[in-house]
Design a protein around this ligand. Structure first.
Ligand code: SAH
Ligand code: SF4
Length: 449
């Protein structure tokens, strides 16, 4: 069968989709070049905001009539359970997160005529297929892949008031270090230069269950915490050049972590540290367990050892009861933190979360206004932060022709900043090149080799 996986949502979904592709290939199916050509289409869904869920479910709905088999996977399936077939009566199968390993088997069952198959995992289920990567990882343009995601921590135990993630992705489970190290070694042997470790709150790696075994022969010892020790082990893998990870909860920004950044040169000096709000009152309501001052202290700690350390964030506008004063506190925090990039989300009540019981009382137009204001602020801030880098030389992992202008290439520096430059004939995608920055835009740097 020719199949295609269509992905919505976060990096974790991107990685789950890739694992599903690898499992489908291993089961003898082939990847379709276009959606029109596919017999089997699997839509990987997100439910973090209502609009995200509608997009994915709508996409699956549009495909059902045209395809032999249409499946829906991911977070929206777990949220809806049996109700998924009320929304999409003709859907062939639905499978929740932590159960995607069942997909090849579900496709086989559908081929024998079974329909409306549903599988969802329990909150503590350890999935199969987590380490499945295509034999020869490829980029979208068909070249050998030099970047890869690696899932290290599943689920989330934080229970922020607004967030549905813990309900749909279950409890925290840290994959054993041995398994993660083996996976990264194999990726590096296939030419992967950069990995990004994934977890909802990735700095909690190893906190809930013993992911790091001290008698592991590859255990280098040293730190008290599992995550910095995992970084230490990965830093030693030959051929691997860069280590990234996301997302981080500010509680996990410890001195040990800062030491890991300082001591392990492959660990990129960038942290995605969602703040959500700059108002202590709202942070408390959200159950984020840190104050504005604590958050700013974490950022200061990172920038103290490297002033160019890149910090990016997520912010929610229009949380129930968010006043103009609360919003202004978020604005000023963003300025004080000097974010290098920021993603702004309009609050969306999610069924079953604590905040869904509160009135969603910030009008849509006001949420929109606050969103636009923060984006405009960030545009200005991005420009001035990037201008400070003009004249510096950055190590850039060359990714290939830039989307806007194919005569130029783009890549990223260690801080995850996009750098556009003119390539030489000798450069290959995946090379790390030295680029001198000559001009700055809010979201990109322009440079010369
Ligand atoms: N685990 C990650 C975030 C996962 S969700 C972390 O905690 O860092 C990604 C982002 O979506 C969150 O950071 C938050 O800003 C946003 N988000 C989550 N629930 C939301 C909701 N109900 N409404 C609007 N934005 C939401
Ligand atoms: Fe959601 Fe909070 Fe967990 Fe992030 S840390 S996934 S925002 S509950």
């Amino acid at each position: 069968m020719k199949f295609l996986v269509h992905t919505y949502g976060c990096q974790m979904n991107v990685r789950d989709s890739e694992a599903v592709e690898a499992l489908m290939l291993a089961a003898g199916h082939v990847k379709a070049a276009t959606e029109a050509e596919a017999d089997v289409v699997i839509v990987n869904s997100c439910t973090v905001r209502q609009k995200a869920e509608e997009k994915a479910v709508g996409k699956a709905g549009n495909l059902i009539a045209a395809k032999k088999i249409t499946g829906l996977m991911g977070c929206a399936v777990k949220r809806m359970g049996e109700d998924v077939f009320k929304r999409l009566p003709k859907l062939d199968f639905a499978v929740g997160p932590r159960r995607f390993g069942a997909i090849p088997r579900l496709v086989e069952r559908c081929l024998t005529g079974e329909r409306r198959l549903l599988e969802v995992a329990g909150d503590d289920e350890v999935p199969t297929g987590l380490d499945a990567h295509p034999d020869a990882p490829r980029t979208k343009s068909g070249e050998a892949a030099f970047q890869s995601y690696v899932t290290v921590l599943l689920g989330c135990d934080n229970r922020c008031s607004y967030c549905i993630v813990p309900d749909v992705r279950g409890h925290e489970y840290s994959r054993p270090a041995r398994e993660v190290i083996a996976e990264v070694r194999s990726l590096a042997a296939h030419g992967v230069k950069e990995i990004c470790l994934l977890g909802q709150s990735v700095l909690r790696y190893g906190v809930r269950n013993a992911a790091w075994s001290p008698d592991d022969p590859s255990s280098p010892g040293g730190y008290m915490e599992a995550f910095p020790r995992l970084l230490e082990a990965l830093n030693a893998i030959e051929g691997l050049e860069r280590i990234r990870f996301t997302s981080a909860h500010p509680k996990g920004c410890t001195d040990e972590l800062v030491r890991a950044y300082m001591e392990f040169p492959k660990v990129c000096r960038h942290l995605h540290l969602p703040v959500q709000s700059g108002s202590d009152r709202v942070l408390k309501e959200m159950g984020r367990r840190y104050t504005r001052a604590e958050y700013l202290a974490a950022v200061a700690k990172l920038r103290a050892f490297d002033p160019e350390f890149a910090v990016t964030t997520d912010v929610i506008v229009g949380y129930p009861g968010e006043t103009e004063e609360d919003f202004e506190a978020t604005r000023s925090l963003m300025e004080e933190a000097g974010f290098d990039n920021a993603f702004v989300f309009k609050y969306s009540p999610r069924p079953g979360t604590r905040s869904a019981a509160l009135p969603d009382d910030v009008p849509t137009a006001e949420k929109e206004r606050r969103d636009q204001m923060l984006l405009a602020d960030q545009e200005r801030r991005g420009q001035s932060r990037n201008e400070r880098l003009v004249g510096t030389v950055r190590d850039v992992l060359a990714e290939g022709p830039s989307l806007r202008n194919a005569a130029r290439w783009s890549g990223r520096d260690g801080g995850n900043r996009i750098v556009v430059f003119e390539p030489t004939d000798a450069i290959r995608a995946g090379d790390i090149v030295k680029v001198r920055i000559v001009a700055a835009h809010p979201q990109t740097l322009i440079g010369e080799i």
